[in-house]
Design a protein around this ligand. Structure first.
Ligand code: SAH
Length: 412
């Protein structure tokens, strides 16, 4: 490729990137789709870009150098991605990489790089990569077919194009599950593979986006807490506009679309415009996060109820619609989402309502992802315990007897 004359087939290889420096120049949607895969491989990822999409900005585990690329930035890199929207910069990155003999992918002009990213699918402990001489649609289509075979979905059913008929101009609100890309439903995954446009939340499993074909438009609807925001209005409008253009739009959300996901607001907006909508439920973090930490939300003879509560406004706040006194009187499991910044106030409110201070409590952070952590304590201590462990969103608070259970099951 690059300076080596006639194109020949590239050599397909698997890189061991564990602990190895990978430099990514650029921080747009292409990068957003590569980061989860690089991080899953254990790479030491350095992103160089003056600006980043909210999803890149909030990706845990990367080092973001908030500035323009400068020569010398690739020093020590084992692998490089040139993915800015400036072809001059991309060319300079490829050139520097070439000089120091580091393989480099060029996102805008794949043939000009010294490495190419295959279309990949991971299933059942296998990793499959497909290259098709730069024909991205073909490699993606073959990859989709392989995925169907590997996951047992291939049963002589019609091809993608066949299944796609009828979806043009419609929207699917799809629950992406709690984080692990395997925890989306079969229906959600197959609709995702047919999408022309994907509008994704920050909590939508990023690895699902990494598997999309390059021609799929990915729109980042990330609502980073206290950070940059794309108003719900604007999200609704994008869904409407793209569907009107005749596209099949998948609105991919974390967990279940109807559990604190504003899914019904989007349904209303689309219905008002006469746009057909399908809703695909998802595995909600309110059940999966405790489960992933070994905590059943019910248990025979112990807990006959579980309640899922939003902690996004503090108890006592005029906007709060939650009866914390009533929750304090419950004996079962209380699961609180969006509570990390208000753990102390929430624990106090439950105790004020009558829940004993020694009730077991746990906070589960980044459940079902590589970054999963659990902090355990009691209702009296959990806020301080979580603060000491520097727990950050996304995390769920679980309160109740089962939060004290400690036999961990194998989740995989
Ligand atoms: N619709 C989503 C919830 C959206 S509200 C669902 O059904 O799961 C966002 C909150 O969900 C986060 O603040 C956090 O409390 C919780 N959450 C989502 N994903 C999580 C994860 N992987 N681990 C822990 N909590 C998670």
């Amino acid at each position: 490729m690059n300076s080596h004359g006639a194109p020949q087939d590239p050599y397909l290889v698997g890189l061991d990137l564990r602990g190895r420096r990978v430099v990514v120049v650029g921080a747009g949607t292409v990068v957003q789709r590569r980061l989860p895969v690089l991080l899953a491989a254990g790479a030491d990822v350095h992103v160089i870009a003056p600006e980043a999409t909210p999803a890149v900005e909030s990706t845990p585990g990367i080092v973001w150098h908030r500035r323009e690329y400068a020569s010398g930035d690739l020093l020590g890199a084992w692998y490089v991605l040139a993915a800015t929207n400036d072809s001059v910069v991309n060319a300079a990155v490829v050139a520097e990489a070439e000089v120091q003999r580091t393989f480099c992918v060029r996102a805008d002009l794949a043939r000009e790089g010294t490495a190419v990213t295959p279309a990949t699918v991971a299933a059942d402990g296998l990793q499959v990569g497909v290259l098709a001489s730069g024909d991205h649609r073909r490699s993606a289509a073959v990859r989709d077919g392989l995925r169907a075979v590997l996951t047992g979905e291939s049963d002589g059913a019609p091809s993608n194009e066949g299944r796609k008929a009828g979806l043009a101009g419609s929207v699917a609100l799809v629950g992406g599950g709690p984080g692990d890309p395997d925890l989306i439903t079969v229906r959600g995954r197959s609709l995702l593979a047919l999408a022309d446009v994907v509008v994704a939340d920050r909590l939508a499993p990023p690895r699902l986006l990494a598997e999309l074909a390059p021609h799929v438009e990915v729109i980042d609807a990330a609502k980073v807490p206290y950070g940059r925001a794309m108003a719900q209005q604007a999200i609704n409008q994008v869904l409407v506009d793209r569907a009107r253009e005749g596209k099949f739009v998948v609105r991919l959300k974390g967990g279940d679309p109807y559990v604190f996901g504003r899914g019904f607001e989007e349904l209303e907006a689309l219905a008002a415009e006469g746009i057909p909508v399908t809703v695909v439920p998802g595995i909600t973090s309110s059940i999966a996060a405790p489960s992933a930490a070994g905590i059943p939300v019910t248990h025979r003879g112990v807990t006959h109820e579980f309640v899922v509560v939003s902690g996004h406004v503090a108890p006592g706040h005029p906007d709060s619609l939650v009866d914390w006194d009533a929750l304090g009187r419950l004996r079962g499991t209380v699961v609180v989402l969006m509570a990390v910044e208000r753990l102390a106030a929430i624990a106090d409110a439950l105790m004020a309502g009558g829940r004993p201070a020694e009730t077991p409590a746990a906070v589960v952070e980044n459940a079902t992802t590589g970054g999963q952590r659990t902090v355990r304590g009691t209702l009296a201590t959990i806020a301080a315990d979580a603060a000491a462990a520097e727990v950050k969103p996304p995390a769920v608070l679980v309160v109740g007897a089962t939060a004290g259970f400690t036999i961990a099951a194998d989740q995989s």
